[in-house]
Design a protein around this ligand. Structure first.
Ligand code: CA
Ligand code: CA
Ligand code: CA
Length: 127
């Protein structure tokens, strides 16, 4: 769908938008086409910790996905217990498994997106 608008965009937007237009420019580390933070690519087009981004191109937005198994829960994950092993409360897709509920450790803080300091979760089997 983006491709269909490529011609129009190119003619209209000459130099108005450098950031978050869904195309990765040379000066941007990533561009996922929005101005939201904490989804992998920040509003200033910098990759965010806890995500890995496939590089976008001049015509394609970056594809940022949360890294499951880094012990760091980010947008798109309902849990992250630091492994990719299913049946331990948090599966390999970082989704809480049935029969468990996720107890988050105290929040590392709004700016605490540090993969070096995993946010530990404990999983309690429900009675
Ligand atoms: Ca974004
Ligand atoms: Ca993660
Ligand atoms: Ca697990």
């Amino acid at each position: 769908m983006l491709g269909q608008h490529a011609f129009v965009s190119a003619t209209v937007k000459v130099e108005a938008m450098y950031e978050s237009d869904g195309r990765q420019h040379a000066t941007e580390a990533c561009d996922d086409g929005n101005n939201w933070d904490q989804d992998g690519c920040s509003s200033t087009c910098q990759p965010e910790p806890g995500f890995e981004c496939c590089n976008g191109t001049q015509s394609l937005p970056s594809d940022c996905k949360p890294i499951c198994g880094d012990g760091f829960e980010v947008y798109g994950e309902t849990c992250d217990d630091g492994n990719l092993v299913p049946w331990d409360g948090c599966n390999q897709f970082c989704q809480v498994e049935e029969g468990y509920h996720c107890t988050k450790a105290p929040s590392p803080g709004s700016a605490g997106l540090t993969p070096e300091r995993p946010n530990p979760h404990s999983f309690l089997a429900e009675p």
